[in-house]
Design a binder for this molecule. Structure first.
Ligand code: UD1
Length: 391
């Protein structure tokens, strides 16, 4: 009997994490995979184009939950995902990263008694004002298998009381995708040869406060006098900020563009003299590529990118941002380090294969046991109908 494995994705950073795991599992005969898209991100350039470029199978289900407050969005995913689980009866559901889709899907499974595996477990910013930190903490507490990208993830999980046997240090799946797509991305390299800095900003803490945004854009304008800036604008950033953005739009050294597809963006990261961001994934990608990165946040859940990579946290300090940018553009190493950035252990393009091995070991066995003894599906259906009666 095949192991039924269901993957849940919802937002842009999920796709490049799920794609290599789906591919690695597809190499096993005894597996049936289902991909569920929650519809948290729904624009073509925040979703479909990534599926196309990454060669992801079309989602089997799209829950089409769309935008809303955190409570609305999370609740909509929970109520739309439960019937899918009851229909598909997976042996395990795999959730990715730290977005609202991650915690919502994990919660559904934990209430139904379905096993959940978390890819990118254990990362902590220790900043509970970040919605993603709450999603990370809660997801890890209710998951059965936790796949960590780096040793600090293991340390955090053990400190939080997670049983060590649930935790598997596998490396970084996002880097699997990067390694696979790197040759293709070179076709998209800018041809002008002009030096530029690449900027992305979308964290609520950076883009929801208009005064701060205006100040930050002013600093970017100053930096752009020396080195032009390319700034793909996330819908969240675009929304509500049009007034401030219009001012910067008049500055021809800051080029605002729509969110970019994966390959185009990867090409720009490789060609950039400097990346300025508040994204989690981009801190990791620049570390792998050896490109200097300034992160406009007070903290990071990816400390390894600062400790051994090319990332520098500049905090909410625009003078520091400008200073560090000038240093890097003047030819100095990020953060004044003399050492070259290094690639963390197990960021080697094979993390998903390690995940697939663990999943197959664990759930291929349970699929066989389910046939021989009490089918998990019957158990699940009973639980659900009991839950219905209790309502
Ligand atoms: C979400 C994740 C964040 C991740 C980011 C990557 C959570 C809590 N946050 O933040 O961790 O880094 O995705 O992009 O899950 N919108 C569109 N079109 C889309 C998607 C969003 O216009 O396809 C707009 C909507 O108006 C929405 C806003 O962007 O209100 C924010 O989207 P949302 O999914 O709520 O959170 P993100 O800020 O994208």
């Amino acid at each position: 009997m095949s192991a039924r494995i269901c993957h849940v994705v919802g937002a842009r950073p999920n796709y490049m994490k799920a794609a290599p795991v789906v591919r690695a599992l597809a190499k096993y005969m005894e597996v049936e995979q289902t991909v569920v898209h929650t519809g948290q991100h729904y624009d073509f350039n925040m979703s479909d184009v990534f599926f196309q470029q990454l060669g992801m199978p079309e989602p089997d289900f799209n829950l089409q939950v769309g935008s809303g407050t955190h409570a609305q969005q999370t609740a909509a995913i929970i109520s739309h995902f439960e019937p899918v689980v009851l229909k598909v009866l997976p042996h395990v559901v795999v959730v990715y990263g730290d977005v609202n889709s991650t915690i919502a899907a994990a919660l559904v499974c934990s209430k139904l008694g379905v096993a959940v595996a978390h890819v990118e477990a254990g990362l902590r910013s220790f900043d509970r004002t970040m919605p993603e930190e709450i999603n990370r903490l809660l997801t890890d507490q209710i998951c059965d298998l936790l796949f960590t990208p780096s040793e600090d993830g293991n340390t955090n999980l053990i400190r939080e009381g997670i049983a060590p046997e649930k935790v598997h240090l596998v490396g970084n799946v996002m880097i699997d995708t990067l390694v696979r797509m790197l040759p293709k991305s070179r076709e998209y390299m800018p041809t002008s040869g002009e030096r530029f800095a690449l900027v992305t900003l979308h964290r609520p803490s950076n883009v929801d406060d208009l005064e701060w945004v205006a100040a930050m854009l002013e600093t970017l304008s100053l930096i752009s006098r020396e080195t032009p800036i390319i700034f793909p604008v996330h819908p969240r950033t675009r929304k509500g900020l049009n007034q401030v953005l219009n001012e910067i739009q008049a500055n021809k050294n800051v080029k605002l563009v729509d969110p970019l597809p994966y390959l185009e963006f990867l090409a720009l990261q490789q060609a950039a003299a400097l990346v300025i961001t508040d994204s989690g994934g981009i801190q990791e990608e620049t570390t792998f590529l050896g490109v200097p990165c300034l992160t406009v946040r007070e903290n990071t859940e990816r400390p390894i990118t600062v400790e051994i990579g090319t990332n520098v946290l500049v905090g909410r300090d625009l003078d520091r941002l400008k200073y560090e940018a000038e240093q890097i553009l003047g030819g100095h190493k990020p953060g004044g380090h003399e050492k070259e950035g290094r690639i963390p252990p197990l960021w080697d393009g094979h993390a998903a294969e390690r995940i697939a091995e663990v999943l197959m070991r664990q759930y291929q066995g349970s699929a066989e046991v389910a046939v021989a003894e009490t089918p998990g599906s019957v158990d699940l259906a009973l639980r659900s109908s009991n839950a219905e009666k209790e309502r």
